[in-house]
Design a protein around this ligand. Structure first.
Ligand SMILES: [Zn+2]
Length: 242
């Protein structure tokens, strides 16, 4: 009986060890931003996120505006746009913004086989890792489409959003600003696209309006860390409501 329990224990320990050492558990946890756990002010927190960039003209103007306001955001980048914009991405990283993967050429990730998934996500991850020297990139699947395959293969947390003003639709700065400001809550994740001049204008006006309402803008890692939540590889997140 004792030997039987001993063997069971050994199997349990082995299973736990395997769970801890599985690639998805290792990759992100080991690489978590060390600056995520900072003392954020005791106020409402909110995260701006930008998809489909970088685009030199618009992204640079956005970075200028965010820097003037002391605001950090999270950028989900397209892999095939990295090559011409390496300096822009290094600047994002240097200025405290968080960076994520939005596939190599904006491909829907559901129902892809492993090789096609890797060509979209791992290729982009490698480009970013080589450029920035760290490996802690979040994933935002194009169109917000995910399934169990995406979860299994992501190797990092999957970040969706809670406020989507569909800025790409009419590119109407005033409408986008009103929609975001009216829906803003403590813990919201806002989706915008930094490839449109109107969205850059909207983002900066949103920052000014929500600053006046007492919001503090932070990165995705910081938003969840402030709530005591550690993001896990393969999990999907829409917001960090308290
Ligand atoms: Zn997109």
């Amino acid at each position: 009986m004792k030997r039987h329990i001993g063997r069971r224990c050994a199997i349990l320990v082995l299973a736990l060890l395997l769970a801890v050492l599985s690639p998805s558990a290792l990759l992100y946890r080991d690489a978590v931003h060390t600056d995520a756990v900072v003392d954020l002010p005791e106020q409402k927190l909110i995260a701006l996120t930008f998809d489909d960039g970088p685009r030199r003209s618009t992204t640079t103007r956005l970075l200028d505006g965010l820097a003037e306001r002391g605001v950090t955001a999270t950028f989900f980048l397209i892999g095939c746009q990295i090559a011409d914009n390496e300096d822009v991405i290094r600047r994002m990283d240097r200025e405290g913004h968080q960076i994520g993967i939005h596939t190599f050429d904006h491909m829907q990730l559901t129902e892809l086989n492993q090789a096609d998934f890797d060509a979209q996500v791992e290729t982009t991850r490698t480009l970013l890792k080589d450029l920035l020297g760290h490996n802690d990139f979040l994933l935002r699947p194009p169109f917000g489409k995910w399934d169990e395959g995406v979860r299994t293969r992501a190797n990092c947390p999957i970040i969706l959003w809670s406020i989507d003003p569909e800025d790409w639709d009419d590119k109407n700065t005033a409408r986008v600003v009103e929609q975001v400001v009216s829906q803003a809550q403590d813990g919201s994740i806002i989706l915008l696209h930094d490839i449109y001049p109107e969205s850059v204008d909207a983002a900066l006006q949103i920052v000014d309006r929500l600053h006046a309402e007492g919001y503090y803008f932070c990165t995705i890692d910081q938003l969840f860390a402030a709530r005591g939540l550690s993001l896990k590889a393969g999990q999907v997140y829409w917001n960090a409501y308290p």
